[in-house]
Design a binder for this molecule. Structure first.
Ligand code: ARG
Length: 463
């Protein structure tokens, strides 16, 4: 870090440099250097536009555009010397450009301000992260489809209130997460489409008197159009908040699945075996295999949702247009993005490598009177009982089985008839878990045939 007295970029009216603490609280270079590539892309587009509109000469614009590439390679090569005195990435880049190309560097900032510059850089950065998140989600969906396909007809207990409810299939359970992640993907896509307007050329807040071509820079940077109100453009961080809220919902989904994996891999459940690659041991208890990755994914929602709340709180009372408060946007988004990507990658790895314990799933599927609803439905269908009465009869049969210490299929026909005389032998056909799941053929139901249809649909979607 180099030291300057008054700031060389804006210090014209300042006799003294800032207090050291002022410099520390003011500087963002420690983190916004992550936007170097975006900053340079924005500046190169701006310089090309300034030349095309005759605002700067072609030779100056060429020198600027070439020089910026040199700066970029220095930053990427790790030889660039960042200066806290130069506050942020924008001024660090421009100051170095001046050292490399001299006088023309001073023309780059014509018709723009750091306010529209930072909004543009940050949008470009968030846009890249949205694309990366969508790719990460897609990889996880593919891993889940692999699990679903392998176990489309494997039975397991379905839960409500974490109490055994009705049997479902392993494939169906995996596909539930595919649906959630599919919505996450579409939320990120929606956010991307909404944010894709270019702030560059809004200048400090009011636009500029120079004859700039905002459509040209917007197109060069891959935006759909320029933003339509310069005050809004420099004051807006909705795109960052939308990113954080999409990330929060996605992380919440990952956290729910992580919680299930923690439960399922426990010695009490033994529904899945996590691979060694995703487990850790205990330094004192030799028998332990801890699902640390799942636990950490479960926890990531805390910081991602925290970032969302933090930035909402930063923005909530700000008058138009730009205020320095907004510099607090970046660390929140950077941290949330890093951790979302890490959680997605870890979950994809765990899902790809985990093994469902088919026998244990099947054994658990049949316990806990999981086919009681099938029995009640049979009483409605075959004996024409009103559903409420059927529910009552079934409840009595469950109580009877419980008192005998057995499951519903273990009751004798006489046991059954002692509760309702009309019950016949045919009832035993609906008490098995395989029959139970196969009968749930309603669209979106757990029947293996339905699950396979949904797997095929998703494979088609991702093609
Ligand atoms: N480092 C600043 C930020 O991240 C750049 C914009 C500064 N604008 C200003 N008017 N001081 O927000």
């Amino acid at each position: 870090m180099t030291d300057k007295s008054s700031n060389q970029m804006w210090g014209g009216r300042f006799a003294a440099g800032p207090d050291a603490i002022m410099e520390a609280i003011n500087a963002s270079i420690g983190f916004d250097q992550r936007m170097a590539a975006q900053d340079i892309a924005g500046s190169r587009a701006h310089a090309a536009m300034l030349a095309a509109t005759g605002i700067v000469s072609d030779s100056d614009a060429s020198a600027i555009r070439e020089g910026l590439l040199t700066v970029l390679s220095e930053i990427q090569g790790g030889t660039f010397e960042f200066s806290t005195a130069l506050e942020d990435i924008h001024m660090n880049v421009e100051a170095r450009l001046k050292e490399i190309i001299g006088e023309p560097a001073g023309r780059l900032h014509t018709a723009r301000s750091r306010n529209d510059q930072v909004a543009t850089d940050f949008k470009l950065w968030v846009r890249d992260q949205i694309d990366a998140a969508i790719d990460g989600i897609e990889a996880l969906i593919k891993a889940l489809l692999g699990q679903a396909e392998a176990g489309a007809d494997w039975v397991m207990p379905g839960f409500t209130h974490l109490q055994t409810a009705q049997p479902v299939t392993w494939g169906h359970h995996m596909m539930a997460y595919v649906e959630m992640l599919g919505r996450d993907m579409s939320r990120f896509r929606d956010a991307r489409a909404r944010m894709n307007e270019c702030p560059l050329g809004s200048a400090a807040l009011a636009g500029t008197s120079f004859p700039i071509d905002r459509h040209m820079t917007a197109t060069a940077l891959g935006f759909d159009r320029p933003t339509a109100n310069s005050l809004d453009a420099v004051a807006d961080r909705d795109f960052a908040l939308e990113f954080l809220s999409c990330a929060s919902i996605c992380a919440m989904h990952l956290s729910r699945f992580a919680e299930e994996l923690v439960i399922w891999s426990s010695a009490q459940f033994r529904f899945v075996a996590m691979s060694d690659k995703w487990s850790t041991g205990s330094s004192i208890m030799p028998q332990k295999r801890n699902p640390d990755a799942a636990e950490l994914i479960r926890a990531k929602i805390g910081r991602i949702f925290g970032a969302n709340v933090a930035l909402m709180t930063v923005m909530k009372g700000l008058p138009l247009a730009y205020s320095k408060d907004m510099q607090e946007d970046k660390e929140q988004v950077f941290d949330a993005a890093d951790n979302l990507m890490l959680a997605l990658a870890a979950m994809t790895g765990m899902v790809s490598d985990m093994t469902a314990r088919r026998e244990n799933l099947a054994a658990a599927a049949g316990s806990g009177f999981s086919t009681a609803t099938d029995l009640a439905d049979w009483l409605v269908r075959e004996l024409n009982l009103p559903f409420r009465d059927a529910h009552h009869v079934t409840g009595s049969l469950v109580a009877l089985a419980e008192s005998k210490g057995c499951d519903l299929p273990d009751l004798t026909l006489q046991d059954m008839q002692s509760v309702h005389a009309g019950i016949t032998d045919a009832v035993f056909g609906v008490l098995g878990v395989d029959n139970s799941v196969a009968s749930r053929m309603s669209y979106g139901g757990t029947a293996p045939a339905q699950v396979r249809d949904q797997i095929a649909r998703w494979k088609d979607v991702l093609k």
